[in-house]
Write a protein that binds this ligand. Structure first.
Ligand code: ADP
Ligand code: MG
Length: 559
């Protein structure tokens, strides 16, 4: 009787929901596979785009894995890991975001039957880690260096890499046009690490082909006051003064409190302010600058004053743009107009204000330090132009990567097939269960060429068989670079066809995807804390409940 009265042990708070064990692991794998299925169709040159709209009515059309993952707003706790690896791939190398998600999902899919059969996750994890190390070594071994080529030759090769990245995007039709532009832009900034030195300005309307590259800075004309139209709009080799001060009459407007005993003194106060601003303007003019830019407002008085002296001015220039002008033209932003020495003035070959579509642009080209470039993008709808910007960002990142560690591997699934073959061969030399696991890992790598075929409407089995045969036949490296031929539905030498990818894209993708897969395999229990749930508000809780439904249903439940 006494034993029945034993008190219940309460470990977790009332309302805590936990699911654990094999069922939990399988439900996590299912969730990840579901996410993989979402992005699957966007892979490759024939990949489809996703249109994502939220309740605020903003619409995004994208082919970029990272962008899609970010916008999907995934609530499943395990599947969220995929969002993180896509993001990290995006910031680390800039491309290969779909690849990484797809690989992680496929690794887990291959692991699923083993988990169901009762294999311990740790065994799988160990084998997967070994396989990933071997795969990365193999990629490094197969990579071809483009070092030691002349600048022109190198530019050509880099353009090929950029074109491969762009071929899967909305602007793929014009990939050569944009690839050259991207390479020129990257070459312009040299080794500088600051990506924001390449500006991308979007001007809706016109044709994609109207996009152009400025070897300097361009920004949209800022708000201007009367008198602006009298200012000259073009200069050759002007001196450029960059300011971070307001050139405007202010205190009078802003209710400054002044106590006067004699009303006739009022005029002297007003005069004083005018004198101060005239003094500032005189100093700007004396500096010899022909173009005056300020981050803060340049008022009507100043605008007219500059116009009378044939000086161009623009106020409220965005900080980013002003800094880029400073970097390109070689000036320094001033916070005072006292003591402007010639060294702080920048210059450029041509400054002009030009009409681009419906907008007016201030364009500084031929900048002496040449360390910046601006791409002015044209094209139809807003969504289109935004996707174009994201695509160019990918291409820019890829070219920069290729410039930095200049080894490339053949794309189109060629490298994946080759690594897969190598792992299969290697697995045969291993005794024990690990052989099966490494074999599955190898099989998972084939998802890239298979998906490229599927997305293009080719017979994936047929193409993959051809590829396997081609890769198996080779004795001395020949055939190793064969991948999917996206134009004919057969197979082709990706290397010869210039479908190149920087080796880091693949290395990073394999690494990140394996890590993510291992991470998910190593989780055997999820605990949901009731406190944090209520803190997240109604919307989030509702979504959480839905997202985790699978886990709860299958897993054991403890209270
Ligand atoms: P990710 O976000 O992973 O970069 P993409 O949609 O850009 O995904 O697709 C990249 C894949 O498409 C790579 O495996 C690449 O090798 C392949 N690919 C790109 N261009 C071609 C091409 N012209 N022929 C065959 N495969 C290509
Ligand atoms: Mg890509």
């Amino acid at each position: 009787m006494a034993s029945m009265m034993q008190p219940q042990i309460i470990l977790l708070k009332e309302g805590t929901d936990t699911s654990q064990g094999k069922a939990q692991l399988l439900s996590n794998i299912n969730a990840v596979t579901a996410v993989g299925d979402v992005v699957r169709t966007t892979l490759g040159p024939r990949g489809m785009d996703k249109l994502i709209h939220d309740d605020k009515g903003s619409v995004t059309i994208s082919n970029d894995g990272a962008t899609i993952m970010k916008l999907l707003d995934i609530v499943h706790p395990a599947a969220k890991i995929l969002v993180d690896i896509a993001k990290s791939q995006d910031s680390e190398v800039g491309d290969g975001t779909t690849t990484v998600v797809l690989l992680a999902a496929e690794f887990l899919k291959e692991a699923k039957p083993f988990v169901e059969d009762g294999v311990h996750s740790q065994n799988l994890i160990r084998s997967y880690r070994t396989a990933s190390t071997l795969a990365i070594e193999k990629v490094k071994e197969l990579a071809v260096s483009i070092e030691g080529k002349s600048v022109e030759e190198k530019k050509g090769l880099l353009a090929k890499c950029a074109a491969t990245t762009l071929s899967s995007k909305l602007i793929g039709g014009e990939k050569e046009f944009f690839a050259t532009m991207v390479v020129d832009a990257v070459m312009a900034i040299g080794d500088d690490d600051r990506l924001n030195l390449i500006g991308i300005k979007k001007v809706p309307g016109g044709n994609m082909r109207d996009s152009f590259l400025v070897d300097g800075v361009a920004f949209k004309k800022t708000f201007s006051y009367a008198g602006f139209e009298q200012q000259p709009k073009k200069f050759l080799n002007p001196k450029i003064l960059l300011l971070n001060i307001e050139l405007e009459l202010k205190s009078e407007k802003e209710n400054a409190e002044i106590r006067l005993s004699d009303p006739s003194q009022y005029q002297s106060i007003v005069d004083a302010e005018w004198n101060i601003i005239y003094d500032k303007l005189d100093k700007c003019v004396e500096s010899g600058a022909k173009v005056v830019l300020s981050r803060l407002a340049i008022g009507d008085l100043a605008t007219q004053y500059f116009a009378d002296r044939d000086i161009f001015c623009a106020g409220r220039v965005a900080e980013e743009d002003l800094n880029r002008v400073a970097a390109a033209a070689g000036g320094t932003v001033q916070t005072s107009v006292n003591n402007i020495i010639p060294e702080v003035l920048g210059t450029c070959e041509i400054f002009e204000e030009k009409q681009v579509g419906g907008e007016r642009f201030n364009i500084f080209s031929g900048c002496p330090s040449g360390r910046t470039a601006t791409i002015v993008l044209r094209g139809g709808a807003d969504q289109f132009i935004e996707e174009a910007e994201r695509s160019l960002h990918d291409a820019i990142m890829i070219v920069r990567r290729a410039v930095k560690n200049s080894t490339v591997v053949p794309g189109g699934g060629a490298i994946d097939m080759e690594v897969s073959k190598y792992l299969r061969q290697h697995s045969r030399t291993i005794a024990g269960k690990s052989q099966l696991f490494i074999n599955s890992y190898a099989k998972a790598l084939e998802v890239i060429p298979r998906q490229l075929c599927d997305n293009a409407g080719f017979d994936a089995t047929d193409v993959l068989n051809k590829l396997r045969q081609k890769h198996a036949m080779q004795s001395a490296g020949e055939g190793a670079s064969y991948g999917v031929d996206i134009n004919t539905g057969g197979i082709a030498d990706s290397y010869a066809n210039f479908v190149w990818e920087p080796a880091v894209v693949k290395i990073n993708a394999i690494n990140a995807a394996t890590e993510a897969a291992c991470l998910i395999l190593s989780v055997d229990e999820t605990v949901k804390n009731p406190k944090s749930e209520s803190a997240q508000g109604d919307a989030a809780t509702g979504a959480m409940g839905r997202g985790r439904g699978g886990g709860r249903g299958r897993g054991m439940r403890r209270r």
